[in-house]
Design a protein around this ligand. Sequence first.
Ligand code: ADP
Ligand code: S3P
Ligand code: MG
Length: 188
Amino acid sequence: MTRPSPVRYALPATAKRLHLIGMPGAGKTTLGRALAVAYGLPFLDLDEEIVQREQRSVSEIFAQEGEEYFRQREADTLRDVVATYPRLVLATGGGTPCFHHNLEVLLTTGLTLYLAVPVEELVRRLQAVAASRPLLAALPDAAGLETRLRETLAARQGFYDSAPICCAAPTCSLEAVQQLIARYFTTA
Ligand SMILES: Nc1ncnc2c1ncn2[C@@H]1O[C@H](COP(=O)(O)OP(=O)(O)O)[C@@H](O)[C@H]1O
Ligand SMILES: O=C(O)C1=C[C@@H](OP(=O)(O)O)[C@@H](O)[C@H](O)C1
Ligand SMILES: [Mg+2]
């Protein structure tokens, strides 16, 4: 099988910012980094940017200041980032589109892509790393994690579904996402 030409998957010049949204564990950070390399764009992770500005971890911010403080910092940082970076792959946090009209900011300043990874797969991925995610830490077991993720997804689904592109491929691989994006631009 011959590999597809990279040119076929190049991000059109009109798409200057690519925003990834989705549940924790969907792969926004991991895939965002790979997409940025593939498209030759700068990469930024919104959580990492907040951590850098605050000089403390997301868990520490939640524990010391509470969620509302984090959401305000998240909203401010998002607006700063889109004002600062004309070209960018941005990995958001799982809750980003759901607070402080951030969804409008994301939809109007870049191409927003929803990584719709099934909850069963999120559970598998997050079991190892849930402790570092304040909204998922302290859950007793995989069943508790799954229940929490299903409740969270139900509350957020409407926000996520506003994205013009949705990747529902089982693992949302780099290749699958690039094909989706290429198709979006040839049919738009
Ligand atoms: N496509 C994938 N297949 C398998 N595991 C993945 C994939 N993408 C991410 N992961 C793993 O899932 C976990 C969460 O990924 P991450 O990129 O931090 O997700 P998010 O930023 O959406 O919360 C990490 O341990 C990462 O290695
Ligand atoms: O779902 C959420 O509300 C959150 C997801 C996290 O990002 P990831 O989706 O990258 O884990 C991080 O922003 C914070 O812990 C809150
Ligand atoms: Mg992340």
